[in-house]
Design a protein around this ligand. Structure first.
Ligand code: HEM
Length: 379
């Protein structure tokens, strides 16, 4: 999610709700916890692959990958399906969330009072959407509380069952609802647009796609849908370089804020008074001269071990840094890896010859207007 616009961006790490939720949720986002979500991720990705392989028309890529990642979080995190990939109707909740994201994006430069007075219709729609989103999520939480089986091994169970190891406190219902909405927002567009950017490069650079497919075919030589095991994903090194390079060139959360704890001077030149904000613009760091003269080009080979060895440590931070860094980083890598592996193994992706990459910032960076035509891969 764009840290530049997230609620509480750069907020106080000792803020009680953040600290409490963070302590409870951390185990749900370790690498090993991903194994529990793997089946939900591969199942959802398979639905997308089936959908694209039977859609002869051009597909709006960011719109569809957004539905995919939204659905993955819902299924893996809360064992709930919104039916987002059932193409004809993504359901009122998903539509309300999409409108909320657009509203939040439009509102960032507007004073709340202006919004209430001069954009009444917009504001009323927003209030209704928010109330609807709250009601839907509250129902999911209530249903789970009254579910006698309660062995889902998902993030919702964790939030309901765990207590903070130091204080013994549990998360209250409003905090759980906010966490669910945060995951749905923070964890969907960022991953979705990363997948979309990667598909843009893979479809327009057949040389790079061929390298990734060779790696996939070595592991899954037949035409059937690949039996992707949890451990396989981390071994797909060529694919991983494509993902790393995509996040370098277009970090979908393009920056994050931090606030000075005390008066300070950075690099001997930049003075900050206590409580001044600084925006760390990843788009700048990721094109730092340290990356070489071709920093604006897509070249996954720059992530070969020999090539990254000499890089300064702070020029690559697509998931932020420190205690506030992205909690969903492993989750993101896993779902993006599974998605790209399955799509490339199963489908040929035809780029639109008229398309020039058009990067827009909505809540995240996205390749606006990107469309592809997919068909079953010819071997
Ligand atoms: C490619 C995908 C993703 C990118 C590029 C990304 C990027 C980021 C960035 C830059 C931040 C701010 C970090 C900071 O201030 O240092 C952040 C925060 C966050 N991300 Fe992600 N993210 C991604 C996927 C996810 C996923 C899949 C989830 C959840 C399943 C998630 C959940 C969060 C949450 C909850 C925060 C707020 C962390 C906090 O304040 O404790 N993100 N993300």
């Amino acid at each position: 999610m764009p840290a530049t616009r997230r609620a509480g961006a750069g907020g106080n790490n000792s803020e009680p709700n953040w600290a409490k939720a963070h302590a409870v949720l951390a185990p749900a986002f370790t690498k090993s916890a991903m194994a529990d979500y793997h089946a939900a991720i591969t199942g959802t990705v398979r639905e997308l692959t089936d959908l694209w392989s039977t859609t002869p028309e051009w597909t709006d890529v960011p719109a569809t990958t957004n539905k995919l990642t939204f659905e993955i979080i819902a299924r893996a995190g809360f064992s709930h399906s919104f039916g987002s990939l059932a193409d004809s109707n993504s359901g009122s909740f998903v539509e309300a969330m999409v409108r909320e994201l657009a509203y939040a994006n439009r509102r960032t430069d507007v004073l709340p009072l202006f919004d209430k007075v001069f954009r009444r219709a917009d504001h009323a729609r927003h209030e209704a959407d928010l109330a609807h989103a709250h009601a839907v999520v509250d129902n999911i939480i209530e249903a789970r509380k009254h579910d006698s089986h309660r062995r889902y091994r998902d993030i919702l169970d964790l939030m309901l069952d765990s207590a903070d190891s130091e204080t013994g406190e549990r998360l209250d219902t409003v905090n759980i609802r906010n966490q669910i909405l945060t995951f749905l927002i923070a964890g969907s567009e960022t991953s979705a647009n990363t997948i979309a950017f990667a598909l843009h490069y893979l479809s327009t650079r057949p040389d790079i796609a061929a390298g990734v497919r060779a790696e996939l075919d070595e592991r899954w030589p037949t035409a059937e849908f690949p039996d992707i095991r949890y451990d396989d994903v981390a071994k797909l090194r060529s694919l991983r370089r494509v993902i790393d390079e995509t996040l370098r060139l277009w970090p979908t959360g393009p920056g994050y804020f931090r606030r000075a704890k005390r008066d300070t001077t950075l690099c001997g030149r930049y003075r900050f008074a206590q409580k001044d904000w600084v925006l760390v613009l990843l788009l700048g760091a990721h094109r730092d001269p340290a990356w070489g003269h071709d920093a604006d080009q897509f070249n996954p080979d720059r992530f070969l071990p020999d090539n990254i060895r000499g890089l300064p440590p702070r020029v690559y931070k697509p998931f932020g840094t420190g205690p506030r860094a992205c909690i969903g980083r492993q989750f993101a890598h896993h779902e993006i890896g599974v998605t790209l592996a399955a799509l490339l193994h199963q489908l040929d992706l035809e780029p639109d010859p008229a398309y020039d990459l058009d990067v827009r910032e909505t809540l995240t960076l996205k390749p606006a207007g990107l469309r592809l035509r997919a068909r079953r891969r010819r071997r």
